[in-house]
Design a protein around this ligand. Structure first.
Ligand SMILES: C[S@@+](CC[C@H](N)C(=O)[O-])C[C@H]1O[C@@H](n2cnc3c(N)ncnc32)[C@H](O)[C@@H]1O
Length: 230
């Protein structure tokens, strides 16, 4: 078996295991919670079993941070998973909070980064702590909006937007699809309309980079967008 077909076979097996988990395709918030908890639990401490975990920050986030050091300003990483993007924010001088609905994810991040300056918290994007409203000069979102289907995406986008301070920056990293393309998640890639929804929430788009993530078995269209709250 070639290296590429071996990778494809292992990914397909992981995908089949994950699709069989409780709540995998369910459209409600409670289904999504069951699903993510199950992924982290069944991973058994091996990040290879968490399909979105790279164990390093996203390259485009790193590049943006190199040009935009925090100098003590406040940042938050939305649905931080195992914490790599949050750690990159903190390393770039941002006073960083990071949260996830999954207690297992937060526990795992704390185990990985025991000396971390990041303030890790268990919190629900659909019911954010009131003191966080408009409190962050930088909000980083990676792969969370696409992790829910249908109207929940508008709810998540509104909640993410609510965290950004006036004049603050919002980074969105997501898979994309054409407007009329069907989706069969998870994940559910964003259409241009869904990815552009922040323009209806008082934000101006500063940059939008479309790129492809090349996997041995396929190519996945992505968007890294930078928004500013006006
Ligand atoms: C696809 S993962 C991405 C994790 C991380 N942002 C990354 O890029 O590695 C989506 C994350 O969203 C979290 N999540 C799902 N629903 C959430 C909610 N309502 N509030 C907070 N986190 C949530 C999951 O637990 C999971 O860690």
């Amino acid at each position: 078996m070639s290296e590429n077909s071996d990778f494809a076979a292992r990914r397909a097996a992981l995908r089949a295991r994950i699709d069989a988990l409780e709540g995998a395709q369910g459209a409600s918030l409670s289904d999504r919670k069951l699903f993510f908890d199950a992924v982290y639990e069944r991973a058994g401490g091996d990040a290879a079993n968490v399909p979105w975990a790279d164990l390093k920050p996203k390259d485009r986030l790193d590049a943006w941070l190199a040009d935009n050091p925090g100098q003590g300003r406040r940042a938050i990483d939305v649905a931080c998973g195992l914490g790599d993007n949050a750690e990159a924010l903190a390393a770039a001088g941002w006073k960083t909070t990071a949260f996830d609905l999954s207690a297992r994810a937060i526990g795992w991040a704390l185990d990985r980064f025991p000396q971390s300056p990041v303030d890790y918290a268990i919190a629900d994007l659909a019911a954010l702590p009131p003191p966080w409203a408009g409190a962050f000069d930088l909000v980083n979102e990676c792969y969370t909006i696409q992790s829910v289907p249908g109207e929940l995406r508008t709810l998540f986008s509104l909640a993410i937007a609510s965290l950004v301070a006036p004049g603050g920056s919002l980074l969105i990293y997501a898979r994309t699809r054409p407007d009329d393309a069907p989706t069969a998640g998870p994940p559910w890639p964003l259409s241009p309309r869904e990815a552009g929804i922040f323009s209806e929430m008082g934000f101006r788009r500063i940059a939008a980079e479309h790129f492809e993530q090349v996997r041995p078995d396929r190519v996945i269209p992505h968007l890294f967008a930078v928004w500013q709250r006006v």
